[in-house]
Structures are given as C-alpha cells and as structure tokens.
Design a protein around this ligand. Sequence first.
Ligand code: NAG
Length: 211
Amino acid sequence: MKTNALLAFFFFLVSLFASARADFVRDSDGHLVSNGGTYYIMPQYCTVAAIVGASIQNPDDSCSLAVVEMLSHNIGNATLIESKVVAAHITTDYPLQISFNPLPSNPCTKHSQWLVTMDEDFKQKAVMVGDTSAFDNPVSSRFYFRAYDSRRHLYKLVFGLDPYRCGEIAVKTDGYNNKRLIVAEEQDVPLVFTLVKKSGDGAASHISMVV
Ligand SMILES: *[C@@H]1O[C@H](CO)[C@@H](O)[C@H](O)[C@H]1NC(C)=O
C-alpha cells in the first residue's frame, strides 16, 4: 500500500512537471488551435509580411517549393496544422505536421507537406514543401510550437526530436534574395508569429454554438 501511494505521488509529481511545460496553443483571437485546423502563419514584427510557398530554382534546372516570408499585404498561404496525437487541440508538446492548404499553384510539386532538408546550395537546413523522396537530405524530426508571448498569442516554430531539443525556425535571405525559413543557427532571427484562423474553417460550428 505504502509503495503504491509513493508511486502514485511520484507519477503525480511527474505529471505536474510535464503539464507545467506544455500549454495549449491559441490563435490570434485567443481560441484553442484545432488539431486539423487551417491557419495563416502571420509574422509579427512586420505588418506587411506573409508566409508563402515560392519556387526555387535548383542547380540542375529543376525546381523546388520553398517556404518563404514575403513582403505582401496579402495574408499569405494557409496551412493545415495537424498532430498524430489523438487530441482535439494542439499543445506546445505535440509533434506537428504542417502542410499548405490549399497548395499554392507551382510547377515543382503536388505534395503540400512541409519538411526540412539540408540545402547544399544555401548551406542551411531549410523548410521546403513536397514529398520527402524528392529531396536528397530530408531531416527526420518534427515541428513544434513554442510559446514566445502567451498573453499576445505569439509563438515560434521549432524543429527537432522533441519540444525541448529543437532548433528555432528563423528567416534568412538566400543568394537569390528569397527570405527563406530555415532552422536557426546563431545570429539568425527567429520567426515570431500569430496563427490566424482561416475564415470558414470550422468557424461556422463556433458561431452556431452561440445561437
Ligand atoms: C499564396 O500567396 C500568394 C502571394 O500572396 C498569392 O498570390 C496566392 O494566391 C496564394 N495562394 C493560395 C493558394 O493561397
């Protein structure tokens, strides 16, 4: 009995510790981010920047779709945010799959999944879009959200083996003047953003609950 009580207390402590670090992710309106919801990733420090898919020319004349920050008054290209964890809402502990939804029209790929590859030309681990088999050096880790300023619903995207051993996703200009999303090394500026829910995406059910 006594051992059981001790064990229970131990697991209670572990769960306290674990839950103290994980947090629900909230969108720009303060609503919980849905597992399987569609959101725009909106850069915070520049009101005229958007996250979009852009075609990048490869040395062999083929092209690849990269994820870039672009100066634009447009809201950018929406992303589907999903976790395999069976849960309705995303937390900062859940590994994420991110994909463009819909895929921006491009001549390079029909796959909308975001992935990270070592870009030999750019010499950076860069965020790309497509089928892993189309890339020479895909990195098999996961995206996570990391709270930056919870009160203002600001987050960073990180990439790694688990939420606490991750590189931050940052913005860095490549040799062709594209502001690419990359896995940060020192001195790279992390991307800080808020998630803006795509209107029409589950918003109707939210409104009908109020009625
Ligand atoms: C992606 O973003 C670009 C640049 O703002 C825009 O022109 C294009 O219509 C967007 N495509 C989709 C599918 O959202």
